[in-house]
Design a protein around this ligand. Structure first.
Ligand code: LLP
Length: 405
């Protein structure tokens, strides 16, 4: 059965730590990882959790303890992963538009590196001359993902090395003894269709024989998780079966053995997290009933930024009559979490639960309007742990230079 926090646990967390509050469920993360390892059992597959979706150290530590590896998009994420106990061998660093110095630092830390531009690859080849194998991110010219903001593999995307530039990569391999160990793609987030992953896989298989040191195909992240009732996520069983078929056919054809890596973020943590908030104000305007809450786009930007749907439940009146509400935040601009959403009758003071907020929720939060970042709580083994205290005004001022008298 899928582990899920119950209403009493969520309300208890809200009462103990106040709202707005992010609440995560460790067993749900474990469950997600086990689904992956179960589906891909028998295949040489590795799963690197995309830390960008949620970097709290306790979450990273939990993910390490259950046996997953970690994918980082900045040198600071690499350092956070190390603080959470990941060894360099378990860390993958996939960056874009970074300075060469950042890549050199990652190299000095000994982590796996995927390089995203010809410019940095050339510098890397020159500096390392075959002493440090790397991955290269290819831009496969595949349009995929939930919307254009999160589509990364199409032919106008800033990500990866264009296929037209591959001859230059081959030249680096020959002339600078560049060891390309990993071919990487990541075509977007919220990819439901297994065929999209296969298209990428087959494209990298076609390129594989040109890379004498190749050991790994890295298909990135992007598994879709259901956000709305009735919606379906990526069928990871079907994906595993199809990858297995294509991989073995490739190996039989070429005699080349490869590992397959993935970098899921949402799949690990989206459904394991909720944002709890309290209703400050009810306001009727024509036929709209606004429920104004003590959170906003500064604390969960996905609805406003991507038009993302998040289910919202009224925890403190769950048996109330169903009515439509427009749930809005307390930010000084249009700040809508849900429009005309049917919910159990809402009263001022009720606690609402915004579901599936574990991925890119807290992580994309800011202190816009000088609002304080919420606290974070993790339930593990049935007990509740505060894993980040609520920000204070002093925290907001921490990096500011005090005014002189
Ligand atoms: N690997 C790479 C290289 C990535 O760029 C990403 C996400 C992932 C893995 C993980 O993708 P996931 O499995 O989480 O879909 N903030 C957006 C999603 C942006 C994803 C950016 N890159 C959202 O909230 O929908």
């Amino acid at each position: 059965m899928t582990p899920q926090l119950n209403t009493e646990q969520l309300i208890e967390a809200a009462h103990r730590y106040g709202t707005p509050l992010y609440v995560y469920h460790a067993e749900r993360i474990t469950h997600q990882f086990e689904q992956l390892t179960h589906s891909f059992s028998g295949l040489p597959a590795r799963f690197f959790y995309a830390a960008k979706s949620l970097t709290n150290l306790h979450i990273l530590n939990h993910i390490r303890q259950i046996g997953a590896d970690v994918d980082c998009s900045s040198i600071n994420e690499v350092k956070l992963a190390m603080k959470a106990g990941f060894r360099p061998e378990q860390i993958l660093y996939t960056s874009n538009s970074v300075s060469f110095e950042e890549i050199a630092e990652a190299r000095s830390l000994g982590v796996h590196i995927n390089i995203d531009s010809l410019s940095n690859l050339t510098k890397f080849a020159e500096a390392n001359r075959g002493s440090y194998p790397v991955g290269i991110r290819i831009r496969p010219d595949i349009m995929a993902g939930g919307n254009l903001q999160i589509s990364t593999g199409h032919d106008r995307s800033k990500f990866g090395i264009a296929m037209a530039d591959l001859p230059e990569v081959y030249r680096l391999i020959c002339e600078k003894d560049l060891h390309v160990r990993v071919l990487h793609i990541h075509t977007g987030s919220e990819i439901k269709e297994v065929e999209v992953f296969l298209k990428g896989l087959d494209l990298l298989f076609e390129l594989a024989p040109n890379f004498p040191h190749l050991q790994v195909i890295d298909l990135g992240g992007g598994f879709k998780v259901p956000y709305q009732e009735g919606e379906k996520g990526t069928d990871v069983n079907a994906l595993a079966a199809a990858v297995s078929k294509h991989l073995y056919a490739f190996e039989n054809r070429t005699g080349i053995d490869l590992e397959i890596w993935f970098e899921p973020g949402k799949y690990f943590v989206a459904e394991a997290g909720s944002l709890l908030c309290s209703v400050n104000v009810l306001k009727r305007s024509g036929d709209i009933e606004f429920a104004g809450v003590d959170s906003g786009l500064n604390q969960l930007i996905r609805p406003m930024f991507y038009g993302a749907y998040h289910q919202i439940d009224n925890l403190s009146n769950s048996n109330g009559v169903m009515k439509p509400y427009t749930v809005v935040g307390n930010i000084c601009e249009t700040d809508t979490f849900a429009e005309d959403r049917m919910m159990a009758e809402v009263r001022e003071g009720d606690i609402l639960c915004i579901r599936n907020a574990g991925a890119y929720g807290f992580e994309m939060a800011s202190s816009y309007n000088a609002r304080l970042l919420p606290a974070e709580v993790m339930f593990r083994d049935g007990s509740m742990h505060l894993i980040r205290r609520r920000q204070t005004l002093d925290d907001l001022l921490l990096a500011q230079i005090p005014l002189e008298d």
